[in-house]
Write a new protein. Sequence first.
Length: 708
Amino acid sequence: MKNGKDHTEEEYVFEFYEDMEQNFEAEASSMPNKYNDVKFEENLNDEQLKIINNIKGPMLIIAGAGSGKTRTITYAVAKLLTSGVHPNEIMLVTFTNKAAKEMIKRVELLLGKRPKGIWAGTFHSMANRFIRRYSQTLGLKPNYNIMDETDARALMRLAMDKVGVSEMEERFPTSKMAKNILSYSINCDKTIREVILWKYSDFDDDKIEKKLKKAYTRYEKKKEEDGLLDFDDLLLFWNRLLDEKIVARMIARKIKYILVDEYQDTNHIQAEIIHKIARLNPERNIMVVGDDAQSIYAFRGANFKNILDFEDMYKDCKKYKITYNYRSVPEILTLANDSIRHNQFQHQKEMKPTRPSGAQPFLVNVADGEEQAKFIANQILRLREEGYKLNQIAILCRAGRHSLKIEQELQARNIPYVVRAGVGFFEKAHIKDALVHLRIIENPFDEIAWSRIFKMIPDLGKTSGAKIFSKISQSEAPLEKLFEKGFFSITMKGERIPSKGSRNLLNHITSLRNFSSNDNPSEILNEINKLIKDYIKSTYENSDERLEDLKELAIYSQNYATVQQFLETLSLNRNNIESKTVLAGNKSEIEEPVVISTIHRAKGLEWRAVFIPMLCQNFFPSSRVKGDQEAIEEERRVFYVAITRAKDQLYLISPALLQSWRGYQTADLSLFVEELDPKVYRKSSVKIKPKPNKESGFCTADELLEGK
């Protein structure tokens, strides 16, 4: 009740929220709306200027690679503010808090003062702000806690325990997988069954699905009891909040302009939230910015159709393209344009250069994977002599395993490198799972290796594993000790080893007992990969990719005569790469390392020189996309992203032969290279053999073109 007047329940609640909003905005409202004189015409090109002079209604901005997307968004926010729009009437949604902070900082520099009150941040941080404000409407405790992913998986583990699921005793998704299945279901608007078939087909079983649903029910109940939300809840409740009529009216009065960065990466629920907010305002002032040619995260749930269908959702939508590229030389852009034109489903555009002419991209044909690695190492040193810093050079791989031989060559040549946002091939958990088996063949007294193996054995606990190792380590032949009659029937310090666990351990070790450290590691790894296949599938995300890694490891190890030689080389090379000293010619300096990255992790970054290896059919594009036009187009977009990371020099590398179990086999040139106009690159076949008068063994750029 207010001013002695009777109110309906709806009016009372509306006034309650209105008071909350007025208090919340007090600080921002008191700020004088005076800013620096921003020189829009002087600092923006014609394409960007058209956009910021027409910010009204639905707008789709197709911002090509290196075109100044962030600059355009920053100036758009500045334009709104200098035109009289209040800061808290603007919502800027990004995919990282870092991006949001950078944009607001740039706006501050332009305006001369910080525009307090802008709703800026990630989808999840923005959701939290709304949910905190309207928690009562949602029936949530106002002091709810947000779990990080580690806490959420721990709670899922407890929920699975409550419904009688044992990860180790039955074939069932891990708590991490179970949590991810639920997450994909929420974010992508799919049923649990659809997600299982899409991402976790190894667990396509009615019994598993029923148990999962029971675990999810328990998980949701426990969150409610304890006042907890996970990251998915933030989007779920924000979306639900927008269906509340009273709250929707408040938001309609508040958010007048919406700007969304990287719109091509939004999933189903994120796009739904944005559209609900936009439609609350009669003017529907929504600007989405992105590049469909760089939409490469379908495997994470990003919905490519969001940016393709935006114009259909808003019939009065204005569409703009930002096509002036400030990053790459014209020759690299020509190749990029020629590649992406083969995609049928896209917003057509032609990237235009702003830089003077430079080097044409190289298509380098090499004999095999070893020659590829040597060429890359040699050319890196050559580029360094020409003035490139090592951290201005990147090797971008379609899959992590494609860098295996390259990493080894860089280590051998003492060229420091860093695996960006990940770990080196030999440091990956599933690779270590395989290698520890070789380690116990080489040295059966290796307790660390045994401990890792014990974790892979169903029904064998940590305590039992420790007791087993204690006993076998006292033997001269530890592997044989396990097979002695009655070994597991004895009592170890008053506790019997579970019979099921002991049988599982024996079954696991049996096939390894006849191998020795003098045997070829490839044959043994092939056997090990069979042993741990089920463990990999039930333990790790992306198990198919990991199993491919293990195959590549076994093939690679064919180059070593013995287990001992293989393990020694791996260990010594890993130690050497810790050095940041690069030796080339007479120079010896401390430098930042070369970057090795998957293409997905390289998006948004740039380097002066980029190498793209393994451009062979069934490697890039992957063999998994055969016959799937939509998937092939996504792979081509991945290729496009890789190309457009390069500023000055680009090397497309294709081995003619690849090592396999049956020796060397012919590798066909990648479809993405085959379909290019030959005029957009320079082709060369290179053999890496030092010339008598060249101790370094690398080719100059001119020699590369001449095939010398």
